[in-house]
Design a binder for this molecule. Structure first.
Ligand code: ADP
Ligand code: ZN
Length: 737
């Protein structure tokens, strides 16, 4: 242990019993103190196992300043174990503390995102490998001969690996080991990904791209914190350009984090990265098998993984020397986590870079209003890519006025849409129909008595999934078989499906185009992410004619034959009363129509709507994004909505409706007086009942300069304390308001 010997090599006096603060993964206000057994090598950042009551938990040794120094070490329980893993860095500890303070989450719950289960914390076991001794076996059977050849060709084989590679049984190898042909050695576990090479295959950039890339390279070379917003239509080469910043960072020996909103579906991205850098990035998302996650965590900490492409939680990976964060599709609402720790990964990425003192790059074809305002105010640099790369042109976009061109009875596709599909598939090209609704129909009712099928646990309708023969709740997962008779009036076979889901659109398409290959892409189709990746590849390879998809197809994909994108119902998101509805709809429609015409073929986008003169529709078809943003930003400024003012939501939930409402009232009454901060509510939350819990919401509206966290903390301190099933959740910068 490092400090227990002095200069003369004599054992030093045993260190005075000391204690350290340890951040435990529990909802408590701060670290707990523990005694350090003599000689145990423990310093800030060490990952340790400590007892809490009867449990053993994994904690992080925190900074001495967090210690409440009054309890003598001998009265404290000792640390039980120090894991042999890289320590949690100063930067990461600062970041955890910052996120906890901003989101008003107990720091231990944030810290929990930064450590793993013990299997990842202790070093990966060495693997037993074979080396040739130079002995030759007395009898060289054909099988043994092939084994020898393979082992002479390349080294580092395990016993089973070699047997499998040659196609013989392991007993052949065992016999050769007995005869002294092989010796065994211990090898370190192989790295999960190769080392990306900045100079592997650099692209030839267009003039605009080269200029933007140059600006980014300069930023990386200068070092230091700064945020750059790259905007440019889908297909303008934003990825190509930020790859140059990645290359420059790699050359400087630093690690890179690329955040993506739908990592589970971005096999295409991984492939593209590999083409550019000669090796894949480490991958990080919730669908990764646990053993793989442990390896990525460990190898990122050790520095073997140089670039991670991941979902929002990758922000908490233990990079050794992070030098750049990219947030691709920075406007995407998938960056907002609304579970345990409520945080926006785009915003926290900026904080992470500021703490680390390195650049952050945000990329989007449709930046968030927040980022637009930050760029206008000069807080962010802006790099603009004006047009699509090479000969690829933007699709020609038109609205289809459903009042003038209504669909046939019982259908949802206008004759205009149907004839465009016919033309497209007739040329051997592909059409994409976009509808952001899973299942067959969003509402089922009884034609005789009007009974509507509602979820027993939530304030929401059950959605029919005809393919599975079930009625399902999209909020809690409740599912029941579609009944033959109405449970209310008992009438047989009189249930009516109201409105379309993707399955119903697929049915309509199949009636009109029975000999074309139709495929549904939606997150709930059987087979999970693996199957989805395969199907996306199949679409990219032209193995489907008509694709019907939810928002999962809207993002990032590049389908070379896709020349028609049809939006089935552009009005869905506009009518829910959320002030962000216009921004969201604009982003989604731009994104999905941007799937068309990525490789130079002429392409069109058709947008079915009942309100073709709505400013969002006008902005989309005119391609005048600036006008849209200008209007939207002026509106937000006038009403002091984000980013001109600040919002926070307080959600109070309980199994008992009036408990939730009363508690929310009590909190409101406890709010400190303020001349500038308003509270709205309590009112029923947008989803008033989820999983059997009733929800009420207070909305806190403040000026930009107000200390919202201080205000909320004071309110919670003074207000009633949750008891029974009451739970209070804070959401700073809520997505919908
Ligand atoms: P964005 O990220 O803005 O949507 P991409 O970087 O994905 O744009 O580029 C769109 C397409 O154009 C991709 O297939 C990409 O490979 C290609 N592309 C863009 N710029 C170049 C370039 N300089 N050289 C070769 N191909 C490019
Ligand atoms: Zn439900």
């Amino acid at each position: 242990t490092r400090d227990s010997f002095d200069l003369f090599g004599k054992p030093a006096a045993p260190p005075a019993s000391r204690s350290v603060p340890v951040m435990v993964p529990l909802p408590v206000p701060g670290p707990y103190s523990y005694a350090v057994p003599d000689g145990m090598p423990v310093f800030p950042g060490s990952v340790v196992q400590v007892p809490v009551g009867p449990r053993k938990v994994i904690g992080i040794v925190w900074d001495e300043s967090a210690q409440d120094g009054n309890v003598p070490a001998r009265k404290l329980r000792p640390i039980e174990h120090v894991f042999d893993c890289p320590p949690v860095s100063d930067e990461m500890r600062k970041f955890i503390q910052w996120v906890a303070g901003y989101t008003l989450t107990p720091p231990g719950l944030v810290a929990r995102m930064a450590v793993r289960a013990p299997a990842a914390l202790d070093p990966e076991p060495m693997v037993e490998g074979l080396v040739l001794t130079g002995e030759t076996p007395d009898r060289l059977t054909p099988a043994r001969k092939r084994v020898l050849e393979m082992a002479e060709n390349s080294a580092g084989w395990t016993r089973l690996g070699l047997a499998r590679a040659v196609g013989v049984s392991a007993s052949v190898i065992d016999t050769m080991m007995k005869k002294g042909v092989f010796d065994t050695v211990f090898l370190p576990p192989p790295p999960i990904v190769g080392t990306p090479d900045a100079d592997h295959a650099p692209p030839v950039l267009s003039g605009d791209q080269a200029e933007a890339a140059e600006a980014l390279r300069d930023l990386v070379a200068e070092g230091g914190f700064g945020v750059t917003l790259i905007d440019g239509v889908t297909g303008s080469g934003k990825t190509e350009v930020y790859f140059e910043a990645v290359a420059e960072t790699l050359k400087r020996g630093k690690q890179v984090l690329i955040l993506l909103p739908e990592i589970a579906l971005t096999s295409v991205f991984l492939k593209r990265f590999e083409d550019r850098f000669g090796a894949k990035p480490g991958e990080w998302h919730s669908d990764l098998p646990p053993r793989m996650r442990e390896k990525v965590w460990r190898q990122t900490a050790e520095g073997a993984v140089r670039v991670v492409a991941g979902a929002r939680s990758a922000l908490f990976l233990p990079f050794q020397e992070l030098g750049l964060i990219i947030v691709d599709e920075e406007h995407d609402s998938a960056y907002k986590q609304e579970d345990r720790v409520f945080y926006n990964a785009r915003d926290m990425a900026v904080v992470r870079s500021r703490i680390g003192g390195f650049p952050a790059v945000l990329a989007s074809a449709t930046p968030s209003v927040e980022s637009q305002v930050n760029a206008m105010a000069g807080r962010y640099e802006r790099l603009h890519l004006p047009g699509r790369f090479a000969e690829a042109a933007m699709p020609d976009l038109k609205t289809v006025d459903l009042r003038r061109h209504p669909p046939q009875r019982g259908g949802f596709l206008s004759p205009v849409m149907l004839s465009a599909i016919k033309d497209t598939v007739g040329r051997g090209e592909q059409a994409l129909l976009f509808l952001n609704r899973r299942g067959y129909a969003p509402l089922t009712l009884c034609r005789v008595c009007g009974h509507r099928f509602q979820c027993p646990n939530c304030a929401s309708w059950l959605v029919e999934h005809r393919f599975r023969g079930q009625l399902m709740c999209h909020h809690c997962g409740h599912a029941e078989p579609v009944p033959e008779a109405c449970p209310e009036c008992g009438t047989l076979d009189h249930l009516a499906a109201c409105g379309p889901g993707v399955e119903r659109i697929a049915e309509e398409v199949e009636q009109h185009f029975p000999d074309k290959r139709t495929i549904i892409l939606s997150s709930d189709m059987a087979g999970g992410v693996k199957r989805l990746r395969l199907e996306l590849d199949a679409v990219a390879n032209g193995e489907a004619d008509i694709v019907i998809g939810t928002q999962l197809v809207a993002k990032g994909h590049n389908f070379p034959l896709m020349t028609l994108v049809g939006v089935v119902d552009a009005d869905i998101g506009l009518s829910n009363g959320d002030p962000r509805a216009a921004e969201r709809t604009f982003q989604l429609l731009s994104q999905v129509t941007g799937r068309a015409g990525r490789t130079g073929r002429k392409s069109i986008g058709l947008i079915q709507t009942y309100q073709p003169s709505h400013p969002v529709m006008q902005a989309i078809i005119s391609g005048d994004a600036d006008a849209f943003y200008e209007r939207e930003i002026a509106e937000r400024e006038k009403t002091s909505l984000p980013p001109f003012g600040r919002l926070a939501a307080v959600i109070v939930s309980s199994e008992n409706r009036s408990d939730a409402e009363n508690h929310a009232r009590g909190l409101r009454a406890a709010a400190p007086p303020s001349a500038t901060i308003d509270i709205l509510g309590p009112a029923e939350a947008p989803l008033a009942l989820i999983r059997g819990r009733y929800r009420f919401r207070l909305l806190v509206h403040a000026r930009r300069s107000d200390d919202v966290q201080g205000y909320l903390s004071a309110m919670l301190d003074k207000g009633p304390k949750p008891r029974g099933s009451i739970h209070v959740q804070l959401d700073i910068d809520p997505q919908s308001f």
